[in-house]
Ligand binder design. Structure first.
Ligand code: NAD
Length: 424
């Protein structure tokens, strides 16, 4: 089968250029209207703010905050808020575009957005983080809205920050609007099942892909990079399905055990160790660069972007990659994976479980009626299976990779939205 991928002749310094490279390949294959392509190549709104925060040492520090709305053609924009030192306008723009495509692939009535603050949350006190988060929420009061732009957690943020943002938003409007933000703690309008949802989506996509490949979960090994929200739940849920997790790692340490790692023990250890794995004794510590290329059938990058590259892609031993993180594979690595016949379930499909349950949370907030965890999980699993099948079908129909097929699946829906809503 001849597979078309993004142009590999140049490295993509900009993450947004990497998004456009894939968009262009998909657009050409599916014959996307040039007008629609032009609209999607440009985010609809970009906001940058300066956030002065009183630090614990009595000095003011000014942080850069961002929010980009990429599209609103299928509904209000949706996307997480990231706290990390490498947050910048280009990254936020790329992540916002991915959210547009992700929501469309998962068949959610949303456009895409993303936000972030350039900061290192691990070195900040809870008080500093709270002041910074509240300052960001106030600066975004005209951007966010229940039917406008709905944030959620991403790297470096969790339900705690979502509750602070909700509180600031409510103070500003004088109303309780739980649906303005998702990924909240249960007590303030969160949904059961949201915490593990992205990892759960990774699990459902892995099982769907293994079935297509004729592999039994109980005969398969897996390596998971990242042991935060996505990675730890993905590892736990995959282990519950019978996969043997032989490798795990985070920013502090990486581990391998061919006999399998007790994920529950690793999660308990991380919980007591400031959410890090350094010092875990249930497996042999290895170099972090070895983790992605170690022996396994399934590889789940669930930490950060640009980790599967021109350099390490030739050494990857997995038959299946399921992208828990956003953008873990560079466009330059794509053709190498395709040549090696490694199936890659791309981020915009593989990690769409989180936004799917965020959507359920928003629906429950709007209705003021809350579902059981089983109800959330079964609705989630069904949506993921339908999304996987649609992308698998397009991969075969257009004779392309799962990644380009996921873009095509998304673009087919967004194109309708852009055309039906029209322009000026
Ligand atoms: P998190 O902050 O909970 O965890 C991130 C994990 O990555 C941590 O274990 C951290 O130690 C690890 N990590 C950081 N740098 C690393 C490095 N250099 N090497 C190895 N590990 C490293 O974040 P998360 O919410 O789990 O998000 C992880 C990825 O999944 C991000 O790309 C995010 O955009 C994506 N994502 C998250 C969600 C969600 O619901 N949380 C949804 C969709 C996509």
């Amino acid at each position: 089968m001849s597979i078309q991928t993004a142009n590999t002749s140049q490295a993509h310094e900009s993450m947004f250029d990497a998004v456009l490279a894939r968009l262009d390949v998909a657009a050409k294959l599916m014959n996307l209207s040039e007008n629609v392509s032009q609209v999607l190549r440009n985010p609809s709104k970009q906001v940058k703010v300066s956030l002065p925060v009183m630090m614990d040492n009595g000095k003011v520090k000014v942080f850069n905050g961002y929010r980009t709305v990429h599209s609103t053609h299928l509904g209000p924009s949706k996307g997480g808020i990231r706290y990390a030192m490498d947050v910048n306008a280009d990254e936020v723009m790329a992540l916002a575009a991915w959210m547009s495509f992700k929501c469309a692939v998962a068949n959610l009535p949303y456009g895409g957005a993303k936000g972030g603050i350039k900061c290192d949350p691990r070195t900040m006190s809870v008080g500093e983080l709270e002041r910074l988060t509240r300052a960001y929420a106030v600066s975004m009061k005209d951007v966010f809205g229940v039917n406008k732009d709905i944030p959620a957690p991403d790297m470096g943020t969790s339900g705690r920050e979502m509750a602070w943002i909700l509180d600031e938003f409510n103070k500003n409007t004088g109303e309780d609007s739980p649906g303005v933000i998702t990924g909240k703690p249960i007590a303030v309008g969160g949904s059961l099942g949201r915490d593990a949802a992205t990892g759960r989506g990774v699990m459902v996509n892995t099982l769907a892909a293994l079935k297509k490949m004729g592999l039994k979960p109980t005969e398969v090994t897996a390596v998971v990079q990242g042991f935060g929200n996505v990675g730890s739940h993905a590892a736990r849920l995959l282990a519950e399905q019978g996969l043997k997790i032989v490798g795990i790692g985070d920013h502090t340490a990486s581990f391998y055990n061919e006999k399998g790692i007790d994920i529950k023990a690793a999660m308990d250890y991380a919980e007591k160790n400031n959410r890090t794995l350094k010092g875990f004794t249930g497996a042999t510590e290895i170099q972090s660069s070895e983790l992605l290329i170690s022996k396994c059938d399934v590889l789940v990058p669930a930490a950060l972007q640009n980790v599967i590259t021109l350099e390490n892609a030739p050494k990857i031993q997995a038959k299946l990659i399921v992208e828990g993180a956003n953008g873990p594979t560079t466009p330059e690595a794509d053709p190498i994976l395709n040549e090696k016949k490694i199936i890659c379930v791309p981020d915009i499909l593989a990690n769409s479980g989180g936004v799917t349950v965020s959507y359920f949370e928003w629906v429950q907030n709007k209705a003021g009626y809350y579902w059981s965890e089983d109800e959330v999980n079964s609705k989630h699993d069904l949506k993921m299976e339908i999304a996987f099948e649609a992308v698998w079908h397009n991969a075969s129909h257009y004779k392309t990779s799962m990644r380009i097929a996921a873009y095509i699946t998304a673009l087919q829906k967004i194109e309708q939205g852009v055309k039906l809503k029209g322009d000026y």
